[in-house]
Design a protein around this ligand. Structure first.
Ligand SMILES: *[C@@H]1O[C@H](CO)[C@@H](O)[C@H](O)[C@H]1NC(C)=O
Ligand SMILES: *[C@@H]1O[C@H](CO)[C@@H](O)[C@H](O)[C@H]1NC(C)=O
Ligand SMILES: *[C@@H]1O[C@H](CO)[C@@H](O)[C@H](O)[C@H]1NC(C)=O
Ligand SMILES: *[C@@H]1O[C@H](CO)[C@@H](O)[C@H](O)[C@H]1NC(C)=O
Ligand SMILES: *[C@@H]1O[C@H](CO)[C@@H](O)[C@H](O)[C@H]1NC(C)=O
Length: 954
């Protein structure tokens, strides 16, 4: 792994070598020997990223090589071989739209039969590695418009197919409904007007108060006849936000639906869950969407599915596009830049969000899919877990040493070893004898307890001995075999299992019943739902899967392992209450998260917040649950990839997210774990967790010096929690991300760096975190955007022109900068949030160049369900200008706990004060350090539940 500095340089070099918008006129032709080229390209490619699919191309190449006997003998001009009509040859390589995306042999004959252009291109430009050989001609007919019916708030368009797509069961007549949802949100949906098709059963808040065309920020252009296209532009700038022109044409067949769009620039983010840099590569990147139990690895479909992206425009505005579709899908991101959706079912239900700032895009997206839930305060504390504690004594030992070491520590977790024979809703009364007492002890210490639950329910326990299965059978809530005759049986940790169908109307009652019975024994505070892709150790089921079109669709996105949908999960044709698993698969975790959160809410009396952490997620899961990034490795690369992962989930409306700190699989080591604890202190969800058979990695397991560094990192996080909690409040009410990439704060200035930066990140708009994710690195470079930045530790400021600076990175150091202009609320830490939240508050004001700053504090009792809806909270607004700091109560609904300001830091005070007054009274003594230009007032005792004004004279 390159050091942080190297990676940044690499990125900036890359940006220089690729022009900002990839040239659309790349026509350069080179002479190649056909066979040599084929073998080189195909061999390299088959070793490469898209293993199985490219291997197919390898086979294709060889077949074509044999067919094109003339060409094998002589050199030829690539591009002149075939299909040299202007409709083919006018298309630059970068803009080719793949007409043969499926696996299997494509030949010139097959390609041209589909009405497409055949032109094997064997260029050697690295950007052209994925150039399709068989592509759509510029005049491809596809669908034409037969009617457009305009209304004040939208259009109804009818399309008719002009030529067979080549895919089975084309839909001849397709309807397109365009709705001006809100001024900033457009929706448009392609569907079959004659046959109802599956639509995603996730509730999104579609608007009922549509707006008229005159009141939107976008224009929609659809021709009234002739070849179909849709182009959405931004009214204020004319920038294209979505356009099928020059992109992959609409195909609407029963199991293959395709549509392409131009991208505004190659700066595109989102499209999860995948392991990659935050900036999505436009180098013919094929992303598969089909939830899968897959330890984070590159070029693989992972646990969750989020078909949402954010794209930057030429003039730095941002927009977002969401495709509400849950079928197995591929999104190909192309150098044009363009993007193609290829999905295997459902309808095309699109939403375009006009921003124009990146923050606005996320706000508009979460307004549709639902705002993130408000976590309890304790959920922001430190969580600790491991798989196989060695029974209750091992777990108690760790809890004790964490307490003895005075490590801030809020929540103890259990992985599956606490269960009896891995059976849900049981604990092993031998190895975990006394678990309820341990939980009671945690509660007495102001700590909390969370355990893992998997969806697979053992079906082989003696009848009458295991209610989780018996009740499920009785209530008939298990997913059925394809023929509907009985529960489908797979294999997970407990052995063979059935799987609750969380779309069954009685499944929440069933789940609540199990959770409640277990909570009566072990009063947990949250539930961790794992294995909910759903994971299955046998392909499909214990008795295999039938051979039908759901199991073997004509197109399968590049999902891992041979492109079979059933791999590591249930049969696609398994029956769920409302539809097939083929349609609902990627919603399994989402549906379980809803049932789990609802059970928790009821168990907690309907009045106390708790948390669910889910491995598999879908748009709107953030309303109910947080997420951790899955089974990572104790490797430096994994610590790096956690950052784009966390940035992405903040785009996806799931801000309570973190990676397993210090690594889950494999042995961690002191240096890695120390750096990772420092980085993890800035994960919104902070949990250290590892697997069995690996070295202990809880902070108290290390030597004294390391413990101190880790304790300092934890204390820093706990100090910042009032600010983090306030960011979660803003996320919950306004949809603002908690953790943000630099370009959210600096979308225009500094863009040439911030668009690519994904090692550094921000908390809200105030804190810039520059971690190190590489070994043996004691100096590193970090970018400081054009602004004033205060170093958290030495308090001095830099007025950055927008440049890299070199940081010292001694082991004990975290690079944390505060943006001038911010006021952040703090509290002294303690060993739990329960204790820390009783401490006095600290106001930390970092002045901007004009001597002003602002900020806010959200505060409530930390756990009531209805704090916000019932107005039982305080919202304090802080403003500082012209040497006067005012704190005012925007909302003062929570008066039952005092809020005392104990300390004040003001940074960037150029002239030392002669006196300081609080609400008119002089308050001695005051520290002012000339070197740091910092004014500190200790030992304050000001009531923040009243308006407060602090000022100083010079
Ligand atoms: C583009 O992808 C190909 C593999 O498909 C790879 O060989 C090449 O290095 C990539 N180019 C860039 C600029 O990332
Ligand atoms: C759900 O449970 C109720 C009461 O137990 C029962 O009447 C109803 O038929 C069940 N619904 C389904 C779809 O099985
Ligand atoms: C960013 O671009 C500006 C000019 O637009 C240039 O002066 C500056 O050096 C660039 N910064 C980096 C880090 O490349
Ligand atoms: C304070 O830290 C910054 C890095 O954030 C560094 O550039 C600066 O030299 C330090 N100042 C002092 C006085 O140590
Ligand atoms: C933590 O809380 C305990 C109990 O109130 C108190 O005795 C202790 O002084 C606190 N420690 C700190 C560092 O605030």
């Amino acid at each position: 792994m390159a050091s942080f500095k190297d990676r940044e340089l690499l990125l900036s070099e890359k940006s220089q070598s690729e022009s900002r918008i990839v040239t659309r006129s790349y026509q350069q032709r080179r002479r190649f020997s056909f066979l040599t080229t084929i073998c080189t390209i195909c061999f390299a490619a088959s070793l490469g990223a898209f293993g199985i699919f490219v291997s197919m191309t390898f086979y294709d190449c060889m077949v074509e090589g044999n067919l094109e006997t003339n060409a094998t003998d002589t050199d030829f001009e690539a591009g002149d071989v075939v299909s040299n009509s202007p409709q083919c040859s006018s298309i630059p390589h970068t803009n080719r739209q793949d007409c043969w995306p499926q696996s299997g042999v494509v030949t010139q004959h097959k390609c041209e039969q589909k009405g497409c252009c055949w032109n094997p291109f064997y260029g050697n430009s690295p950007m052209l590695g994925g150039v399709p050989f068989c592509f759509y001609p510029s005049d491809y007919q596809g669908y034409t418009v037969t009617s457009v019916q305009k209304s004040d708030t939208g259009m109804k368009v009818m399309l008719r197919l002009q030529q067979p797509s080549g895919w089975p069961n084309d839909v001849q007549n397709v309807a397109l409904d365009v709705t001006f949802d809100t001024a900033q949100r457009l929706s448009f949906k392609f569907f079959d007007p004659n046959n109802a098709r599956y639509e995603v059963p996730v509730k999104v808040s579609r608007s009922t108060n549509h707006v008229t065309a005159a009141n939107t920020e976008y224009n929609v252009d659809i021709p009234s006849q002739g070849r179909f296209y849709i182009t959405v532009t931004r009214k204020s700038s004319g920038q294209v936000l979505f356009s099928t022109q020059g992109a992959s044409p609409l195909v609407f067949a029963d199991q293959f639906i395709q549509l392409g769009t131009q991208l505004s620039t190659k700066y595109i983010y989102g499209l999860g869950e995948h392991r990659a840099a935050f900036l999505v590569s436009t180098n013919w990147t094929k992303l598969a969407f089909w939830s899968r139990d897959q330890p984070p690895s590159r070029h693989s479909n992972l646990y969750g599915v989020h078909p949402f992206y954010l794209n930057i425009e030429e003039d730095h505005n941002a927009h977002g596009v969401f495709l509400l579709n849950s079928n197995a899908m591929e999104v190909e991101v192309q150098p044009a830049p363009a993007l193609t959706y290829r999905t295997t079912g459902g309808v095309l239900d699109f939403f375009v969000f006009t921003g124009p700032t990146p923050d606005n895009v996320v706000q508009q997206y979460t307004e549709l899919i639902g705002r993130p839930f408000m976590p309890p305060y304790w959920a922001l504390g430190f969580h600790l877990c491991r798989w196989k504690y060695g029974g209750i004594d091992g777990m108690k030992k760790v809890i004790k040493r964490m307490r003895d070491a005075k490590m801030p520590f809020d929540t103890q977790w259990n992985d599956i070893d606490y269960m009896r024979k891995h059976l849900d809703w049981t604990y092993d009364t031998k190895t975990f004898n006394g678990l309820p007492d341990v939980v009671a002890d945690l509660h007495q210490h102001g700590q909390h307890y969370i355990m893992i639950i998997d969806p697979g329910i053992s079906n082989v326990q003696p009848s009458g001995s295991y209610p989780a299965y018996d009740d499920g059978l009785k209530m008939d809530i298990f997913i059925k075999k394809p023929d509907g005759s009985a529960p489908i049986i797979g294999t997970v940790w407990p052995g063979t299992t059935a799987f609750p169908d969380f779309f069954h109307p009685n499944s929440s009652a069933y789940w609540l019943q199990q959770a409640k019975a277990y909570h009566d024994m072990v009063p947990f505070d949250g539930i961790w739902i794992d294995m909910n892709e759903p994971s299955n150790f046998v392909a499909g089921s214990e008795s295999g899967c039938p051979d039908n079109t759901l199991e073997n669709p004509p197109f399968v996105p590049p999902v891992l392992l041979g492109g079979k949908l059933k791999d590591k999960t249930l049969c696609a044709s398994a029956k769920q209450h409302i539809s097939s698993h083929y349609n609902l698969h990627s919603l399994y975790g989402h549906s379980e998260a809803i049932a789990t959160k609802s059970a928790l809410d009821i168990i907690k009396g309907g009045n106390t917040r708790s948390i669910v952490i889910s491995r598999s997620t879908y748009p709107s899961t953030g309303v109910h649950s947080g997420h951790w990034l899955g089974d990572n490795n104790a490797q430096w690369t994994d610590s790096y990839y956690s950052i784009p992962g966390i940035l992405n989930f903040n785009l996806f409306g799931i801000p309570l997210v973190g990676a397993d700190i210090c690594g889950f699989n494999g042995n961690t080591n002191t240096e890695l774990c120390t750096r990772w604890m420092q980085l993890g202190a800035f994960y919104p969800f902070m949990r250290n967790h590892n697997t069995f058979g690996t070295v202990d990695q809880d902070p108290a397991a290390f030597d004294q010096a390391t413990q101190k560094i880790m304790r300092d990192a934890l204390n820093l996080r706990y100090t910042l929690l009032p600010y983090l909690y306030t960011l979660f409040y803003r996320s919950h009410v306004d949809g603002l991300p908690v953790v943000r990439p630099l370009f959210f704060q600096y979308p225009v200035s500094d863009y040439n760096v911030t668009y690519m930066t994904d090692v550094q990140f921000m908390w809200g708009s105030a804190l810039l975190i520059t971690p190190t994710t590489s070994q043996n690195t004691y100096k590193g470079m970090g970018y400081l955007p054009k602004d004033r930045w205060y170093d958290w530790f030495n308090h001095s400021y830099i007025d950055s022109p927008g440049h890299y600076i070199t940081f010292d990175l001694p082991m004990e150091h975290i690079n944390l900068q505060v943006r001038g202009g911010s006021i952040i609320p703090l509290q002294s830490p303690n060993v739990t949030t329960t204790l820390a939240r009783k401490n006095n508050f600290i106001i930390y004001a970092a002045l901007d160049v004009s001597g002003s700053a602002s900020g806010e504090l959200y505060w409530d009792d930390g756990e009531s369900m209805d704090s916000i809806s019932s107005g039982s909270y305080n919202l304090l607004s802080f403003k500082l200008s012209k040497r006067v700091l005012t704190s005012s109560l925007v909302m003062g609904g929570y008066q039952s706990e005092p809020m005392i300001l104990g300390q004040l830091y003001i940074l960037g005070v150029e002239i030392g004060p002669t006196s300081v007054t609080a609400n008119g009274k002089i308050i001695p003594p005051v520290d002012y350090t000339y070197i740091n230009k910092m004014l500190v007032v200790h030992n304050l005792s000001e009531n923040l539940l009243q308006p407060l004004q602090i000022s100083w004279l010079v």
